[in-house]
Design a protein around this ligand. Structure first.
Ligand code: DP6
Length: 376
């Protein structure tokens, strides 16, 4: 499998202007991606639950322009111009240009909106970059087949759409690694792993094996501890894994944890699930604390929440567990059957550790979807 397959044949149609829109969710990793090589290639395989409600809605208006060798685009978040997003998008455009050779032929207006507050500390790069990748792919589909109007669902196998799902994930990865796991649901694996058929470093694949019903509609309550901006970008963090003393054993461990999860998913073994997921979260932060320069993203409230989750599990037999992203917020994962009991626990004991008492209730979802605009 190589990237060449995503270079399109010369386009058949010319389209003057148009608008396409997609919504794409965030995801929460169970085995973490932390460390990457050239061209957004991960140093270890990862797997995540796709979320349902935390998502980005993006509209892309495109207007033909003369190809003067430059990218031309403007970005809006919630209707306000966001020039601070431009460098990341420019980098993305450069990385994907050979796979989307029409990029310099159009001016793009990118309008984006997140369902979660921008300042919530929830990374919007996975949902944002996957939504943008899907919009660009919809433009390309119109250049290949004029009849296509951005409505092709990514998960069906009809006429080349399966390939476009792969390409969407491939492009999203070049925007932000974890974004490649947001195209589909509900469990997506990314990174070559010998025991996962079809796995590749190039794009995320829907987890191909049996998943026990206990994982259906799994819940994720996100406890917002730190709502400020991230102080260390993921890219800087990933790069600190180069030459990190524990890097090799960490990468090996991620592969082993993924192997172990296969059996967990099949049998619905929640005790082992809890152990692997919490260990992954703590290892991710241990890598940050032991890199050079070192840094600490968890806050006193993060630790208080973790301790309360452990005590809650011990006293009630609950299978709720935590995981962490590259930040202080805590994702509390639990089966749907425990929803009432866990939410009572959250309200009674955990909200006091959340910034302004804020938390977000989400659950696993099915992936990105086109937004059908009314034809004018
Ligand atoms: C800690 O995907 O944000 O969330 O590829 O540099 O954009 P870039 O990094 P990003 O890294 C996310 C890392 C993580 C773990 C994970 O989602 O697997």
């Amino acid at each position: 499998m190589d990237a060449q397959q995503f270079i399109p044949n010369p386009y058949i149609y010319s389209v003057e202007k148009g608008k396409v829109s997609w919504q794409s969710p965030s995801n929460i990793a169970l085995v973490k991606y932390w460390g990457k090589k050239q061209d957004q290639i991960p140093t270890n395989p990862s797997i995540s639950f796709t979320l349902n409600d935390c998502k980005t809605m993006t509209s892309l208006t495109f207007t033909k322009k003369e190809n003067d060798g430059n990218f031309s685009f403007e970005v809006y978040l919630d209707g306000e111009k966001k020039d601070s997003f431009k460098p990341k998008i420019e980098t993305f455009f450069k990385r994907v240009e050979s796979y989307l050779p029409f990029l310099k032929d159009y001016h793009f207006k990118i309008e984006t909106h997140n369902t979660f507050p921008h300042s919530s500390g929830i990374a919007s790069s996975a949902s944002g970059m996957s939504a943008l990748a899907l919009c660009l792919l919809s433009v390309e589909q119109q250049l290949i087949d004029k009849a296509v109007r951005s409505v092709a669902p990514v998960s069906t196998k009809a006429s080349g759409v399966e390939t476009s799902g792969k390409k969407a994930s491939f492009l999203a990865r070049l925007g932000s690694g974890s974004a490649c796991r947001s195209i589909e649901g509900s469990l997506v694996e990314w990174g070559t792993h010998p025991e996962i058929e079809g796995s590749t470093d190039l794009f995320g694949v829907k987890y191909p094996y049996e998943v026990h019903e206990v994982f259906q509609n799994y819940q994720d309550t996100i406890l917002l501890v730190d709502v400020g901006e991230k102080k260390v970008s993921s890219t800087v963090g990933h790069n600190l894994m180069h030459g990190h003393s524990y890097a090799e054993s960490r990468f090996k461990q991620a592969g082993e944890n993924l192997s172990a999860l296969k059996d967990v998913f099949k049998r619905g073994d929640l005790d082992r699930f809890v152990e692997i997921v919490e260990s992954e979260a703590l290892t991710l932060h241990a890598m940050m604390m032991t890199s050079l320069p070192y840094f600490i993203l968890i806050k006193p409230n993060t630790l208080q929440i973790i301790e309360k989750i452990w005590a809650f599990r011990k006293s009630t037999g609950s299978k709720a567990c935590f995981t962490l992203d590259a930040g202080a917020n805590v994702h509390l994962l639990y089966p749907e059957t425990e929803k009432d009991k866990v939410l009572q626990f959250v309200q009674g004991e955990l909200v006091e550790h959340c910034k302004d008492g804020k938390y977000i209730c989400d659950s696993v979802g099915l992936g990105a979807q086109p937004i059908i605009e009314n034809e004018e």
